[in-house]
Design a binder for this molecule. Sequence first.
Ligand code: GLN
Length: 555
Amino acid sequence: MTKYIFFTGGVVSSVGKGVTAAALGRLLKARGLTVAVQKLDPYINVDPGTMSPYQHGEVFVTEDGAETDLDLGHYERFIDINASQLSNVTTGRVYAEVIARERRGDYLGGTIQVIPHITNEIKRCIYNVAETSKADIVLVEVGGTVGDIESLPFMEALRQVRSDVGRKNTLYVHVTFLPYIGASQELKTKPTQHSVRELRSIGIHPDVIIARADHDIPKEHIKKIALFCDVKKRAVIPAKTSSTLYEVPLSLAETGLDSYVVERLKLKNTNEPDLSEWRKMIVGMKRKKPKIKIGIVGKYVELHDAYMSVKEAAYHAGNVNNRVVDIEWIHSGNLEKGKGWDKFKGLDGIIVPGGFGERGIEGKIRAALWARENKVPYLGLCLGMQVMCIEFARSVLGHEDANSTEFDSQSEHPIISLMADQHDLANLGGTMRLGAYPCNLKEGTKAAAAYQEESISERHRHRWEFNNSYRESMEEAGLNFSGLSPDGRLVEIAEVKDHPFMVGSQFHPEFKSRPNRPHPLFDGFMKAAVEHQASRKKSQNGAVKPAEAQEATNN
Ligand code: GLN
């Protein structure tokens, strides 16, 4: 029988529910249990694929091509499992399904209502994860904060699950926040009490309260929360913000949360959690190391969440290469205006991540030019690979108007063009090339050296691709197509031959990086960056052309 652990949030949004749930998932897995995950998002979009990163942060892509919430990325990285299409359910998806059924005539004669039709569909989605995964535990997180109007049907469904499968198979975890009042120098529990009251008015009595705070949480506060919220004292878990995200499983283990969960859910066949490898990793992460400055050039850089997996993958790779990655966030739009070039000073690597639309594109192209000319390691992710090819075509082949038809449909040199099956598309949602596809690597290339494998599988999310009419001329001019689809028709990885490391992938390697197993391409990139740092420090004048000089060249 699968057991369900439900996570709700209180007091404030962004309280760290996803990380907390993922960390508990790690602990349960370390106890020998199998874990599956699901995020329920109360917004009305069918998936986050059509949302702006400003609204939503990164769109995380699963192996089977679901465009999902970034919390799924935390689950994959912490628990080291693969999420799937079933792992993210939104109000939009639930309603779309119920309305489609109604149109088909499945409910003939009936009035379709939130209870039971919508709540039944939500429960069907929850039970589906359990049935498909056959996991011991399904972790289900509800997005938003208790009290939101749009999350009510989800909460009601959660409440009903306990009636369906029983108390010993369900656990409600409420994650709250204790604000700190500077004037009196104390943490406050009242908002937690209020949010629990709100939760109880919906019919859910939490079994566990996780109290997040940025300060030490005094024992009296725990007692107070237990008393006022009617939760066992050992089930009120203090969770002070830790210095690294990946430390959360260890600090939760110290509170005894996982033992409580095992006891309360009467879980059998579990051992004491084996956290030795994780602990070793944290020691490694916290060890003092030299810094390395990596620039991330994008148009959503104000919102770091938009590049969540890229940022994490860079940290993972830095860690195993004995470097603390100091990310320089560079706004591509500013570069176009000749601003922000001072940020290139002291960079030992540049990442141009994925993106859509024309804004900031010329800035990214200039960043690629700078990296190529100065021989600074460059990693292009999806759009970053397209940008690298456009820049190469412009500068090396002299195709001045080279572009992607996404940004210039009239370009005489459409280096990047629409994939054949994308020409007559009417719907934009969920219709890109999505999910994992195989790719063969060419021997003797940087990509093959990084992967140490001949064939790989990586996750995609794009509509455009490299235009094959330019393959020959670009190859002759010094671009190496080091990764191709097995039928040889799609360029999946391109790299500049005469450069220490300038590699772009049409896929998104960042989604598969794990804290204890960095992604080969990020690792290869970081190794090149470390080498660049060493040679930069050695050369007296600095091997890199100062950014100001570059700025002058560019304008
Ligand atoms: N906009 C580009 C495309 O659709 C790149 C997408 C991306 O970077 N994920 O092909």
